[in-house]
Design a protein around this ligand. Sequence first.
Ligand SMILES: Cc1cc2nc3c(=O)[nH]c(=O)nc-3n(C[C@H](O)[C@H](O)[C@H](O)COP(=O)(O)OP(=O)(O)OC[C@H]3O[C@@H](n4cnc5c(N)ncnc54)[C@H](O)[C@@H]3O)c2cc1C
Length: 406
Amino acid sequence: MTDLPREVDVLVAGSGPAGSATAALLARGGLSVLATDRAAFPREKPCAEYMSPEAVRVLARLGVVEAIENAGAAALEGMKLTAAHGATAHGVFSQAGHRPYRATGLSVSRRILDNELVRAARAAGARVLERTSVEELLIDQSGVHGAIIRDPTGQRRPIKARLTVGADGLRSIVARRLGKRTHGSPRRIAFVAHLAGVPSVGSSAELHFGLTSYVGLNRVENQQTNVAVVVPSEHAVAARGRSEEFFWEALQEFPTVYQRVRAGRIVRPVLVTGPFAAWSHRVVAPGSLLVGDAADFFDPVTGDGIYSALRGAELVAETMIPALSDSDLATHGLRQYQRRRREVFAGKWIMERITRYLMYFPRLFDRSVSRLGQHGDMAHTAIGVAGGYVPIRAMLHPAFIARMVF
Ligand SMILES: Cc1cc2nc3c(=O)[nH]c(=O)nc-3n(C[C@H](O)[C@H](O)[C@H](O)COP(=O)(O)OP(=O)(O)OC[C@H]3O[C@@H](n4cnc5c(N)ncnc54)[C@H](O)[C@@H]3O)c2cc1C
């Protein structure tokens, strides 16, 4: 890596969806961009791999939809919910009242998706270094000026940058250096596998809730099914060294799901991740910002972390391309980014909080799902809000609340 630049406009730590999309959009905007990832792509990532039509809109902007569809991505029409006491609801993207980007979302393994996003970043002119970690920030009293990266040979190099983007996920080093990070509750651990031969998995993703756990089923490429079981951390202690056995044990809390999944066979080993809920109190600092999970991630239950990562990248581009073209505007751009995040994600944050709160009260949760099921249009609205294309005011409207309660 002798030809590595010592100085770039933008250094991006992490090249998952948030980092690759940010790198691609900023490079398209004419900035010199260096992105790194400690992993080598393609790589697996524990995730339920569900994307709403709005996530597909950003993927289309990045030019990767055709490639992931050619790789077998499954079209998703919506989401079916089953609560612990049996209530069900089915939200369909195309019926949410606001027109989505297209009628269907997509579902594809992260091995394929993230690799295509890295390719898109490179095609846009960004340089992406794999197996290269960001180890420390170049930071002084005036702000962040880049980072020290460690290449695959173990060599450390300082890279100066006008903007350093933390897109390094849940355990972001950039986020930890910028300020306080809160780890919320409940603390949950996920066990995610791909199976072949699971019967009756249709074109909507499924989410089944138990009293303390939940499980998601979702068709991915090659007629395989992504099965993600999420349990409280204290239960997961029993999984140490035996994650596949634990995966099957945890599934037994959901007898009908267990019967179906048991008919299949694991084709990608169980991957384990968690605990998740973490958010940063400071998403911008002079010379730096956070995007994707590095900024905030609550729980996979509302299912749209990839969308948030991609949409966050759009907000970085919208605010920072004009700001970096004039050094006096950099601080203004960071403020704008923070403001736009609040505008765009406020609805998602409210919905995540409501969902997490309801999950503490299974009876109330059941009743809410039952109401969504009785009034199908409300289920469609809820899935549109979670998917980022229906404004939260549609759910906070007195008529919606009255139908939920009475
Ligand atoms: C169990 C589970 C299920 C989920 N299901 C869904 C779902 O169905 N749909 C959905 O939309 N979202 C889902 N999510 C959320 C989704 O996975 C995340 O929100 C999404 O991956 C965020 O993208 P990101 O780019 O911010 O972070 P990541 O995808 O985590 O990418 C961060 C990257 O940074 C790299 N990195 C980390 N540290 C460093 C470092 N120091 N230097 C260099 N590189 C570094 C990592 O290798 C990684 O590639 C789920 C999450 C979990 C845990």
